[in-house]
Design a protein around this ligand. Structure first.
Ligand code: CA
Length: 710
């Protein structure tokens, strides 16, 4: 603990909350008769309203973190993605898992106190872009709040998991979903939703904590102007949409993850998503900025009225959401203390804005950016390169970042002691091309782009060229110097969210299944632990009975593991759902790791080359989003190349009939034909034979190298 923090903590205990930095971050509980340091909790999603994810705790620090060990773990009975931030309140860890399930554990022992399954309909998975994940609960005064994949907001009693109230926040006839964590702001709980890929109109809503009654709703994009506008801000926004019938597909702009709150300014900040469809030429053929897509919106949390906005990507056309994590901080810029909001949205630029007014202070590339040269600080707009918009029938334009983003939902952390923002960053390119035969497919993906050119080519040389541009890293970004101070390169993209602490530590899990502690000032690796599964969620930390703990949910999933195919250079490794809790000298251990074995045993190929090609096109329209580019599974859904003979025999019952709907694999019989199903099958069989021959060549290379002793 630094002298400043000791002072600040003292002031908190004395009830003099002048140092809001320390007081608001952790709630200190008086432990009677305990001689040890006070308990420290983690009561809010981003630890505090500023969402800084920086803990004052320093019992675990850069000098002793190499003695970290597992205190306890708990394995959940699921194998889909886990993305939650655990909350720790009154000695209990509350976390969420796949299918919107909620778990409450004793924070000291790991004992499961209760568990709540909202019975989310499994077939809803097909209406979700990015896995059946959930990013956590909100807590207020003995009550929990969380969203479900089918758009409900539920409040539970924290003591026993019993239901207080439940409301449907979305129109169930449209492909809305909820994966983000709600936030409690004063007497309201605020929740957004997702679904822009499939086609919805985005909004954020506030409900009364007491009874679930809706207090306000703010739509982020205008609806059909013929129906009038909900408020003046939307009437103004409508002027920035050019022609077209965007309301048919929805327009997009979902508020699917980030929020922050400044109690002094009384401003609620929400991050707004991409356009629906992605392709502006289809959505808004006469152009325009299409407000409030890809914007940071400042709202009055009391009535949901508009205060200001900053649009990171005007006329968004690349799935460049601004739903990424936002952090409030006070920075010394040009000799002046500025109240700022910081974001590293998907488009590759790190933004620093004045959070009272939305004035742009700086925007600099933190990842590789090819679609724009820079952000013009005078106009606040990106300067796009020629052809960035892939309009008409232009050949595909390869760009970085792609739809996965230079940074996705994985939370960052701002450490006021090092002055750094730690970003889980990545480079994953994409080829954008207009779908010249676009039609709105209700309930399915509607991006307005032709996904075929974005699929990795078979040519090994070209494929390698593309894969060489795929990276993942942990970047320690200096938001004042506007440059990285250090970076750690990971094996590939899609690594975990961040926690930093006053112990000069940064914690991050990664796609390779390691949970790692780095020194916050230099990036040196101090400790790592093999979680035996990919980790994407962010850690939290707490102190009970004088001991500090670090908690993290491990489990592989989300957008890239579903669609990534071979772009997932780090994986896949076996997928498990588990909660891990560490402390100094913890001596628990995980059961032995199990290898992920894929057995390829495809039936004989009887289809023509034309049929395989046609199957590939249908696969890339409907299947790739969950089963991976090139039919290479990412470890979350079944790798279709490894289907058993029985499953091949059941192909039509599954693909058209929906035999496995309870896993989220609904029947596509109402949308595609028997011929389409046959063609997809032919393509899958072709990829399985390719896997067999690749496996054979790897095995022969290995036996050759073993023979020669090299
Ligand atoms: Ca999106």
């Amino acid at each position: 603990m630094t002298p400043f923090h000791r002072l600040a903590a003292g002031l908190c205990i004395a009830g003099l909350a002048a140092f809001t930095v320390a007081c608001s971050q952790e709630t200190e509980t008086d432990v009677s008769q305990a001689p040890s340091a006070p308990d420290v909790e983690w009561r809010k999603h981003g630890l505090n309203d500023a969402e800084a994810r920086f803990s004052d705790l320093s019992d675990i620090n850069a000098d002793n973190a190499d003695q970290l060990g597992l205190a306890w773990y708990f394995d959940y009975p699921t194998n889909r993605g886990l993305e939650a931030t655990p909350l720790i309140v009154d000695g209990v860890i509350y976390t969420t898992g796949s299918w919107s399930m909620v778990y409450a554990h004793d924070a000291l022992t790991g004992e499961l106190k209760w568990f709540y399954d909202p019975q989310a309909p499994r077939e809803w998975a097909v209406k979700m872009c990015c896995d059946v994940v959930n990013r956590g609960v909100a807590y207020d005064n003995g009550h929990l709040f969380f969203g479900t994949i089918d758009g409900r907001l539920i409040s539970l009693n924290a003591a026993d998991g019993s239901v207080r109230w439940e409301v449907q926040t979305t129109d169930r006839s449209r492909p809305y979903s909820i994966t983000g964590a709600p936030r409690v702001v004063k007497d309201k709980v605020v929740i957004g939703n997702g679904g822009s890929e499939l086609g919805v109109r985005g909004y954020v809503s506030a409900y009364k904590v007491s009874n679930g009654e809706m207090a306000w709703r703010f739509y982020t994009v205008p609806g059909n102007p013929a129906d009038g506008f909900e408020n003046p801000a939307l009437e103004q926004a409508a002027d920035t949409w050019g022609g077209g019938e965007w309301w048919d597909v929805g327009g997009g702009g979902t508020v699917w993850d980030s929020m922050a709150y400044d109690p002094e300014l009384n401003l609620l900040y929400v991050g707004v998503g991409n356009g629906a469809p992605w392709n502006r030429q289809i959505r808004s053929p006469e152009g325009g900025d299409n407000l409030y897509l890809s914007s940071i919106l400042a709202l009055n949390p009391d009535d949901g009225s508009y205060v200001w906005h900053y649009q990171t990507t005007p006329g968004e056309a690349w799935d460049y959401t601004a739903t990424q994590h936002m952090i409030l901080a006070d920075l010394d810029i040009g000799g002046q203390s500025r109240e700022v909001i910081m974001q590293a949205p998907k488009n590759g630029f790190f933004y620093v804005l004045d959070r009272a007014t939305g004035e742009l202070l700086s925007a600099d590339a933190y990842a590789t950016v090819t679609w724009a040269t820079h952000i013009d600080l005078e106009t606040g707009r990106p300067v796009e390169v020629e052809g960035a918009r892939y309009e008409d029938d232009q050949p595909g334009a390869l760009h970085l970042p792609g739809p996965i983003g230079g940074h996705n939902w994985h939370p960052m952390s701002h450490n006021p002691e090092t002055g750094l923002v730690y970003i889980p960053a990545q480079d994953v390119p994409w080829v954008y091309k207009t779908d010249t035969e676009f039609r709105h497919r209700e309930g399915y993906w509607n991006t307005g782009t032709d996904t075929r050119p974005a699929s990795l080519p078979d040519d090994p040389a070209i494929k390698q060229q593309v894969l060489d541009t795929v990276t993942g890293s942990l970047i320690a970004w200096d938001p004042v110097a506007k440059a990285p101070r250090w970076r750690v390169d990971h094996a590939g993209p899609w690594n975990g969210g961040i926690l930093s602490t006053a112990g000069n530590l940064v914690f991050q899990g990664n796609a390779n299944g390691q949970v790692v502690a780095y020194s916050a000032d230099t990036g040196e690796t101090i400790w790592q632990f093999d979680a035996q599964t990919g980790v994407v969620a962010p850690p939290a930390t707490y102190r009970i009975n004088g001991e500090q703990y670090v908690a993290i949910v491990a489990g592989w999933g989300g957008a890239l593991p579903l669609v990534g195919g071979e772009a997932l250079t780090a994986g896949p490794i076996p997928n498990r759902s588990r909660l891990l809790v560490f402390k100094l000298n913890g001596d628990a251990s995980l059961p032995p790791a199990v290898d992920r074995q894929l057995v390829f045993n495809p039936p004989e190929q009887t289809a023509s080359a034309a049929q395989i090609e046609s199957g590939k096109a249908v696969y890339l329209t409907y299947c790739v989003f969950c089963h991976g580019d090139g039919v290479v599974g990412g470890g979350v859904t079944p790798d279709l190349r490894a289907l058993t003979p029985e499953k091949h025999a059941n192909w039509d019952s599954v693909v058209l009939g929906g035999l496995h709907w309870q896993n989220g694999m609904v029947g596509f019989g109402g949308e595609i034909s028997q011929q389409d199903a046959d063609d997809i099958h032919a393509y899958v069989i072709e990829r399985a034979h390719k896997a067999v021959s690749e496996q054979a060549s790897v095995e022969s290379a290995e036996s050759t190298s073993a023979d020669t002793g090299s």
